[in-house]
Design a protein around this ligand. Sequence first.
Ligand code: SAH
Ligand code: SF4
Ligand code: F3S
Length: 441
Amino acid sequence: MTDQATTATKKLFIKTYGCQMNVYDSQRMAEAMGAEGYVLTENQADADMVLLNTCHIREKAAEKLYSDLGRLKPLKAERPDLKIGVAGCVAQAEGAEIQRRMPIVDLVVGPQAYHRLPAMARAGGGVDTEFPAEDKFEHLPKPAATRRAPAAFLTVQEGCDKFCAFCVVPYTRGAEVSRPVSRIMAEARDLVARGVREITLLGQNVNGWHGEGQGGEWGFGRLIRNLAEIDGLERIRYTTSHPNDMADDLIEAHRHEPKLMPYLHLPVQSGSDRILKAMNRKHTAEQYLRLIDRIREARPDIVLTSDFIVGFPGETDQDHRDTLDLVRKVGFGMAYSFKYSPRPGTPAYDRPEVDSAVADARLQELQALLTHQQKATQEGMVGREMGVLFEKPGRLPGQMIGKSDYLHAVFVDAPDAQVGDLVRVRIRASSSNSLAGELAA
Ligand code: SAH
Ligand code: SF4
Ligand code: F3S
């Protein structure tokens, strides 16, 4: 072997499942491993290390890990020096059990311990699912001053204290923690200096963020107003929010802050008060509807999206009709709907389940209504003019793809444009999952 081969950089392949927080974490892990001489590769077969950043939210999501590990077996047999790591929420929930089930796994690292990943990799493996006292963000290497894509994520809050009866997040991500104002501001400024024009603030309960800022305790609305003062930062978004943390200062930020985009993902899960209570959501359908009224009063053009669970234990036909009713009253721009999946360790796990075929039928009915509303929302954009931030070139010559203020993907014919341009676009047409538009004169 030549010297060159032994000193060559190592290649890291990361596969990310689950929510945007995992996308952010994968990026941070890539940076941490970058400091160890690893570069990212798109080709798994070519990698020195494969890292699977997993999601535990529903059974199907968690099982994907094991099917992927099964597919990695031949590669590991061929190249025993290949390191296989499991990160994220399955790592947290199952820990060393993953290695017992799949001995090809060298290391398991939970979402709060991944700043220790480089040391684990150097040691050749291990299991770390602690919730360490130190702030992982402070122990990660500072990213190199490379250019970034125009839209970026920034985690400002992690964990959850709400304990909805169906949900694993309080167990996999731990207690609610808000990152301090100064660190968030510094990271945002750094992103903008590297070409970022849109930041999506992330947290499992992002609108529950609070911190000590100038003049005392800040709420999330105040944080947004402060971020909006950064020159060069043009757009701010946030996800995911809980209805009970939608404070007045955040609603007011939607009224007064033009950089805060008119889009809000506000999961409600069900439209039935009985089910909301059984889920431990701590609000009624009526309270959610009144909240939506107040948000729309502040920002009439806001697009609202949501999450729903159908077939939660105890759900009757009437409860399901109440959900459809709520959907009709709100008119969502888009929503995710899931069939309830019982998760070990959660309060609802042992409750008697709704008949699976009944739950499937309800899911179909709800999805049909939501698809109809999504189509109506998109068609309502046709003829309107709005901002679009170009994120990548399209397949056709001269075409750009970007996101509208309302987070729709928009295809635009713009031969002279660059990735990162924020332009005014008139929407011409709507198709199933995107819009088409032309540069406004
Ligand atoms: N923090 C967010 C949700 C995070 S999980 C909130 O409070 O709304 C994302 C979505 O997954 C949830 O909104 C819920 O709709 C769905 N989900 C969570 N646990 C689930 C389960 N056990 N079965 C089916 N869907 C689930
Ligand atoms: Fe899960 Fe509920 Fe917390 Fe959302 S608020 S992360 S659904 S426990
Ligand atoms: Fe999944 Fe963990 Fe996110 S369970 S949805 S990856 S917080």
